[in-house]
Write a protein that binds this ligand. Sequence first.
Ligand code: ZN
Length: 348
Amino acid sequence: MKAVQFSEHGDRDVIEYGEFPDPTPDRDEVLVDIKAGALNHLDVWTRKGLPGLDLDMPHVPGSDGAGVVLEVGEDVTRFEAGDRVAVSAGVSCGKCEFCRHGEHSLCKGYHIIGEHVRGVHSEMAAVPEANLVPVPEGVSWETAAAAPLVFQTAWRMLVVRADVQPGEKVLVLGASGGVGHAAVQIADYIGAEVYATGSSQEKLDHAKEMGAEYAINYAEEDFADKISELTGKRGVDVVVDHIGKETYPDSLKSLAKGGRLVTCGATTGPNPGAGLNRIFWNQLSILGSTMASHGEADDVLELVWKGEFEPAIREVLPMSEADRAHEMLEEREGFGKVVVVPDSEYDR
Ligand code: ZN
């Protein structure tokens, strides 16, 4: 089969699309004929190399993908050949104390397809049964591939960790990114009043289409000042921050008393000043969140399949242009998800 792959960490020029041995499913795995994959910033980090990450090379990247079941291992019970499926990338052991409580993303052995083990940006992929979600007829392959990682991440942040309530004020930073645009839609669905930040008018218009009531151009104005102005100096109840060091001080400033900051990433750096004085005096909560449990992923994807939520598709490219797909993410061009399709399936 053909697969996107790299044999060493590095810049985009390490990415190739070429022959790779066909995968064979283990007893608990399903062989999927991949119709589409989608990129996440995680793919860029993984390609560049992360501390402690020791991959079997060549590595096939890709955490998001969708396609048709070709064959199943002997222990697989939920799927059969011909089923439409999407990949949900978090792998858990199913046995540790956290898994036994249904907290799969707290698993002691937690790892992510595409980051720690072989991914799905290839013509075929062998995926554990537990990591597949059924996809109804009528849902496009692009949508099925683009939704799982970012929508489950945003769902757990807002619904489970921050426990957002109807009528609360929620600020979503970087609202046109993958997690950001999912968070805007979910917060709006809950009935929160959504504030969004973005760096261009086009991205802010998009955030408003997704359900934001207020859009703030952080390139032109200080978002904490603007939140203070828009909320009559009160602040927001929840800030969704996946940006990290660059935004954290202003995220704390933007919170109302008793507010919650929920983070799933730190693209600009992991170590801002703690701001403990503001945290104790205003009685703030700082909440971490990673991916989601299988049940949480099922819940949010059900809503995507029904059309309640929609991943924005930025571009669909053949897998042979995976380097260009990585470039679009790294250069933050446009908004929404970049989808890659096996060249044999690409006919646009
Ligand atoms: Zn576990």
